[in-house]
Design a protein around this ligand. Structure first.
Ligand SMILES: [Zn+2]
Ligand SMILES: [Zn+2]
Ligand SMILES: [Zn+2]
Length: 146
C-alpha cells in the first residue's frame, strides 16, 4: 500500500474543504503511524510535537471531518475509546482485527478474504456491499501458550 496525501486532498476538495497546514499535519500523523489505532489524545500528543499551536478541539473536529469524508475509519475496542485508522482509497475495504481477550492486543489482518462471500451476498441478496467491519475475539500466541 502506497500511502500519501493524495486521497485526503481529493476528498477534502470534492466537498469544498481546503487542505490546510493543520489538516495536513494531522493527516501526516496517520501516515507516520500507518498500523496504529490512534485516539484523539494520542493524535493531539503527536501533532503537538510538530505544531504546538494546534489545540485538541481542532484535532477533534478534524478527525470527525476526516471520518465523514471516509479518509479515516473510526473504531473502538473494549476500552470504549474512539480510535482512528487510516483509509487509503475509497474502494479499499476495511481490514479485520483480531483482539486478544487476555492482553488486549489488536492484530491486523490485512487481507480482505471475504471476496467470495461478498460476491455471493451481492448476487443472492441483491445488496451492494461497500465495506464491512469485522472483529475476531480470542487469544494471541503469547497468551494461549502460557
Ligand atoms: Zn471486503
Ligand atoms: Zn494476548
Ligand atoms: Zn486496524
Amino acid at each position: 500500500m502506497d500511502l500519501n496525501s493524495d486521497y485526503v486532498k481529493k476528498a477534502l476538495k470534492d466537498k469544498g474543504y481546503k487542505f490546510t497546514n493543520q489538516r495536513s499535519e494531522i493527516y501526516n500523523i496517520f501516515l507516520e503511524h500507518e498500523d496504529s489505532h490512534l485516539s484523539t489524545e494520542e493524535v493531539f500528543e503527536y501533532v503537538s510535537r510538530v505544531n504546538p499551536d494546534i489545540g485538541i478541539a481542532t484535532v477533534y473536529r478534524t478527525l470527525q471531518l476526516f471520518e465523514e469524508l471516509n479518509v479515516l475509519y473510526k473504531i473502538s475496542f473494549d476500552d470504549g475509546v474512539a480510535r482512528y485508522e487510516i483509509k487509503s482509497s475509497s474502494s479499499e475495504h476495511r481490514h479485520h482485527h483480531l483482539i486478544c481477550l487476555d492482553c488486549g492486543k489488536v492484530i491486523e489482518v490485512k487481507l480482505d478474504l471475504l471476496d467470495s462471500l461478498e460476491d455471493e451476498i451481492e448476487s443472492e441478496e441483491s445488496f451492494k456491499i461497500v465495506d464491512h467491519n469485522l472483529k475476531f475475539y480470542g487469544y494471541c500466541k503469547e497468551c494461549y501458550t502460557k
